[in-house]
Design a protein around this ligand. Structure first.
Ligand SMILES: Nc1ncnc2c1ncn2[C@@H]1O[C@H](COP(=O)(O)OP(=O)(O)OP(=O)(O)O)[C@@H](O)[C@H]1O
Ligand SMILES: [Mg+2]
Ligand SMILES: [Zn+2]
Length: 329
């Protein structure tokens, strides 16, 4: 979860960028002065310019503007001479310009006391990595999803579980394979231990491989974090809600495990609705029944989930339980 460590880390990374830029600049300077000694004298003159400028302004007088203008021209000519010398000696023209990663803030992370875009982006990127590193994303993949667990089981409604789950597996593999930002949203329902989290993480793994950014966590973790940030108990500047609204794919696991507070309900609605409006895909898992979902959530949320999402009904016997019995956990 984003915390002050992320902010500190982002500041460290930016400080390191600034440091590297300076070191690089100083090395280039040394290098250039060694190969082209004339540059030393020109630079000494250039360094005097600001002192001269100060003296002109201090002295004032009628000709001040003209003298400043002359100084500027002189300055530009000197810079031009340095550039020419550099190029004559096979250096790039901008060899002696300090090169920051971010030209907006010169790698300070701030512009007039506000966070620069580069700092904000870094915090977001670090938050995404942090969120995913908490998950079991690496443990679940399509390769380890075994259909044998569903063999010879008929659901209470009389459906062949093996066939249904084969279709679900194929659907998920196709989904991951063909994933784009226009992909549909998925609503996975079913009792505990049937593979909902396993298949969502399998999708996540493939989609991340394709270079998309994916957020996965249980909905309750996200809501708690958003609550902390919203009510000022997290001053890191992390914006979990913003990340969830913008990520290429998000997976909200265990819908229904959260408390019924109006704050939570409004956040869930906001996420679902905003992402639908933007056309961005979302995967939601729950072990609530459709009836329980209708009872727990307001109609505008329920109707979106059932009408706009592809609906996958998981069935079979609790695999967590089977694995435990076999001593596989
Ligand atoms: N078809 C499968 N093949 C192999 N392992 C599976 C399969 N389905 C589930 N598992 C494993 O069983 C355990 C429970 O599955 P999972 O967490 O995906 O269930 P779930 O449907 O998300 O349950 P819950 O509703 O309780 O969150 C996990 O360790 C998962 O890796
Ligand atoms: Mg689960
Ligand atoms: Zn910047």
């Amino acid at each position: 979860m984003p915390d002050s460590k992320i902010y500190d880390k982002a500041i460290d990374i930016i400080a390191k960028r600034r440091f590297d830029a300076r070191i690089n600049y100083e090395n280039n300077y040394k290098n250039a002065e060694e190969k082209i000694p004339e540059i030393i004298e020109i630079n000494r003159q250039l360094a005097n310019t600001s002192l001269e400028l100060f003296n002109i302004i201090k002295a004032g007088g009628i000709n001040m503007d003209k003298r400043i203008e002359a100084l500027k021209i002189h300055n530009l000519q000197a810079q031009q001479m340095v550039e020419n010398l550099l190029m004559q000696n096979n250096f790039p023209r901008d060899y002696l310009n300090i090169k920051y990663s971010c030209n907006i803030c010169s790698d300070t992370g701030f512009v007039q006391n506000s966070r620069c875009k580069c700092l904000q982006e870094l915090i977001s990127r670090l938050s995404v990595n942090m969120l995913n590193s908490h998950s079991q994303i690496k443990l679940c993949s399509f390769n380890t999803f075994n259909l044998d667990y569903y063999r010879n089981i008929t659901s209470p409604e009389g459906t062949n579980c093996y066939e249904s789950m084969s279709q679900i597996l194929n659907y998920c593999m196709e989904y991951a394979h063909r994933f784009t930002l226009d992909s549909k949203s998925i609503f996975m329902l079913g009792n505990t231990g049937l593979g909902k989290t396993h298949l969502s993480l399998s999708i996540a793994e493939k989609v991340i491989e394709k270079g998309y950014n994916v957020l996965y966590d249980s909905i309750i973790n996200y809501l708690r974090q958003i609550e902390k940030e919203h009510f000022g108990r997290d001053s890191t500047g992390a914006d979990t809600l913003g990340l969830l609204l913008d990520a290429d794919l998000i997976i909200l696991d265990d819908l229904g495990s959260e408390h019924d507070t109006s704050f939570y309900v409004s956040i869930i609605y906001n996420i679902i609705n905003t992402r639908l409006n933007k056309g961005l895909p979302t995967i939601i898992n729950t072990n609530l029944t459709p009836q329980e979902i209708e009872n727990k959530y307001e109609a505008r949320l329920v109707s979106r989930l059932f009408a706009m999402y592809d609906y996958l009904k998981f069935m079979g016997n609790d695999i967590r339980h089977i694995k435990k019995r076999k001593g596989e956990f």
